[in-house]
Every structure is written in structure tokens, then in C-alpha cells.
Design a protein around this ligand. Structure first.
Ligand SMILES: NC(=O)c1ccc[n+]([C@@H]2O[C@H](COP(=O)([O-])OP(=O)(O)OC[C@H]3O[C@@H](n4cnc5c(N)ncnc54)[C@H](OP(=O)(O)O)[C@@H]3O)[C@@H](O)[C@H]2O)c1
Length: 307
């Protein structure tokens, strides 16, 4: 663990007590910060208050918990919901912000970051990307499947590093002043791997061995590169397809979150991954038939599972 001194009076609220939210509750508690989970409803709150601890693997961490409508001021807010819940979760607590509140968004995909920045230019808004892997054993019990890295950067002003100063005591956390290109890099890889693993119902590595699947992946990559280039977003030093092959190889035995969401008939984050890409392309007048096809097919699968 880092030997950085932490301000033990610092209080973090976490909105989105799922896998990543619980993982961060443990990380922040371990370095000495006070943590309060903001839970969706009274049932969840009562459940946690019966034994106010969360578990990460075999370790227990005491936490506070409250509802979004609680009266206390929020100074530091970490939002770890799925991309499709970010804006409504944010709305449910924004009345509790002070002029100095800092908000860190940590979710896959793009869209909510830009919309919240547009709607709240006065807010100190940060975004992050993580390669941590985690899943929940039960409601307040998380298992860390893989220790990854975290990059955070300010959306409001790229020179600012105040939040990073508070968080740099966390292991494997990096300051990324240009956070948008970093989020695009993850988006680019997700556009190519996630929908295909869901459509072909396979592990990450298997998308490389199926020739039709690989052909589609190559087309998706070419379109993503075109859209990123039109927006002057640098992706990787090598062609995107090479990076995607590298990631699919390293994570060959993993199932992507989208594959899992489709199998378990949960809402996917497709609208914030290929959906975001297609919308950006439309605004630039760029055709993206391969990404449109990914979007349509995942929407279809989701519709079937809703019936
Ligand atoms: N898990 C991973 O390994 C991993 C790795 C890298 C990135 N990510 C990304 O991180 C984000 C979070 O993923 P996750 O796996 O942690 O998801 P998750 O386990 O589904 O957790 C999301 C949590 O947010 C809660 N929530 C949603 N709306 C809320 C609201 N309005 N008020 C209070 N709570 C609310 C959900 O509550 P309910 O359960 O009541 O719906 C759920 O507990 C996603 O974008 C994901 O793609 C995940």
C-alpha cells in the first residue's frame, strides 16, 4: 500500500453499490477515508444496516449507508452505476451538492460524461477508466477477479489535479489529464469485442478464431478509427485491430460484461458503446454499417429477452 498521507476526515459517498462501487468502498476504507454508500431504496438500506459492513473476498469493511434523499451534504461523490443509470442517479442526489463538491464518474462507455459536463459546467467533474475486474457474490459481498489499473482526469479543466491529490494513495491509480482519449481507447476496444462476444455467445478469445466474426471485427475497428480521427482523438500507435487482438488474447478465457448481460437477460451498455460511436459518426456524416449492425443485433437480442 502507498505511504502517502491521507486526510482521514475526507468523506466519500458512493452511488452505485455494485461490483465496482463495493470494490472502491473497500479501497477507500483501506486508506482511511470515511465511506457512505448511497443505496437505491429502503429495503437495501435496511438489509445493509442489519450488519453495516461490506465484504471484499474474505475481508470486512465497516461502511455507512443512506438513501439518495438524505439531508447531508455530499463533498466527494463517486458514481459507479452502469452507464444507462448515471444521469438519473446523479439527478437523485445533486440537490445535496455544495459549491465545492467533486464528482468522479467511473463507468464504461461514453455519453453521460459529456452530458453532465454540458448541463453542469460549474461542477468539478472527473471521469475515470479502470481495468479492475470484480463481481458480486451477494448484495454486499464483492470478489476482485483481477487487479487492474485506474486512470482519472478532470473533465472540467484538464490542468486541475485536486481530486487526484486525494486519490493518489490508491494503488495503481494514475492521473490522466487528457481523460477523453483514454475513455475513447477503452470504448474502441469495447466496440470491437463486447457485441461480438454477445452475438456469438463466446469468450473473448473465441472471436479471433471464427473467420466471419473476425471479418466483422476488422470492419468495426476501421470505422471506429475513422470516427476517432474525424474528432482528432488519438487512439493507439498501432492499428486498432492489433490492439483488439492483443486484448482478446490476454483476456481469452473471460466472458465480456455484454455477453454476460445478454445471457442473464440484463440491460446492456451497448447504447453507450457502439451506440455512442454511431451517433458521433452520424454527426460527422460518416457511415458505420458494421457498428450499426452490432447495435441492431444487440438491441434485437435484448428485445427478445424482454418478451
Ligand atoms: N464489474 C467489473 O469488473 C467492471 C470492470 C470495469 C468496468 N466496469 C464498469 O463499471 C460500471 C459499474 O459496473 P458494475 O459491474 O459495478 O455494475 P453493477 O454491479 O450492476 O453495479 C451498479 C450498481 O448501481 C446501482 N444503481 C443504479 N442506479 C442507482 C441509483 N439511481 N441509485 C442507487 N444505486 C443505483 C445498482 O443497483 P441495483 O443493483 O439495485 O440495480 C447496482 O448496485 C459499468 O459501467 C461497468 O461496465 C465494471
Amino acid at each position: 500500500m502507498s505511504t502517502e498521507k491521507v486526510d482521514t476526515k475526507m468523506h466519500w459517498h458512493i452511488l452505485g453499490a455494485g461490483s465496482i462501487g463495493l470494490l472502491w468502498a473497500a479501497k477507500l476504507s483501506l486508506v482511511g477515508y470515511r465511506v457512505t454508500l448511497i443505496l437505491r431504496n429502503q429495503d437495501k438500506l435496511e438489509q445493509l444496516l442489519r450488519e453495516p459492513t461490506i465484504r471484499r473476498g474474505g475481508e470486512h469493511f465497516p461502511v455507512n449507508a443512506e438513501l439518495p434523499g438524505s439531508a447531508s451534504i455530499i463533498s466527494n461523490l463517486l458514481i459507479t452505476t452502469k452507464a444507462y443509470d448515471v444521469e438519473s442517479a446523479f439527478e437523485s442526489v445533486k440537490i445535496r451538492f455544495s459549491p465545492n463538491t467533486k464528482v468522479l464518474l467511473l463507468h464504461n462507455g461514453l455519453g453521460p460524461q459529456q452530458r453532465l459536463l454540458e448541463l453542469h459546467p460549474e461542477l468539478e467533474l472527473w471521469a475515470g477508466s479502470t481495468t479492475d475486474g470484480a463481481y458480486r457474490m451477494s448484495d454486499f459481498h464483492v470478489v476482485q477477479a483481477g487487479e487492474g489499473e485506474i486512470w482519472i482526469g478532470s473533465l472540467s479543466c484538464s490542468q486541475q489535479d485536486s481530486l487526484y491529490q486525494y486519490l493518489k494513495c490508491l494503488p495503481a491509480l494514475h492521473h490522466q489529464p487528457l481523460i477523453i482519449p483514454r475513455l475513447w481507447q477503452k470504448l474502441a476496444i469495447n466496440c470491437a469485442i463486447n457485441p461480438l462476444t454477445a452475438i456469438y455467445n463466446c469468450k473473448n478469445g473465441e472471436v479471433l478464431s471464427n473467420s466471419e466474426c473476425f471479418r466483422q471485427m476488422r470492419l468495426v475497428c476501421e470505422e471506429v478509427e475513422q470516427v476517432a480521427m474525424a474528432q482528432k482523438i488519438p487512439l493507439f500507435e498501432t492499428p486498432l485491430i492489433n490492439k483488439v487482438i492483443e486484448v482478446a488474447t490476454v483476456t481469452a478465457t473471460n466472458y465480456s460484461s455484454m455477453q454476460q448481460d445478454v445471457v442473464h437477460q440484463r440491460q446492456t451498455e451497448i447504447e453507450f458503446i457502439n451506440g455512442f460511436l454511431c451517433e458521433q459518426a452520424r454527426q460527422q456524416g460518416i457511415a458505420t454499417p458494421a457498428n450499426d449492425a452490432m447495435l441492431d443485433q444487440i438491441r434485437q437480442v435484448s428485445l427478445i429477452s424482454d418478451q
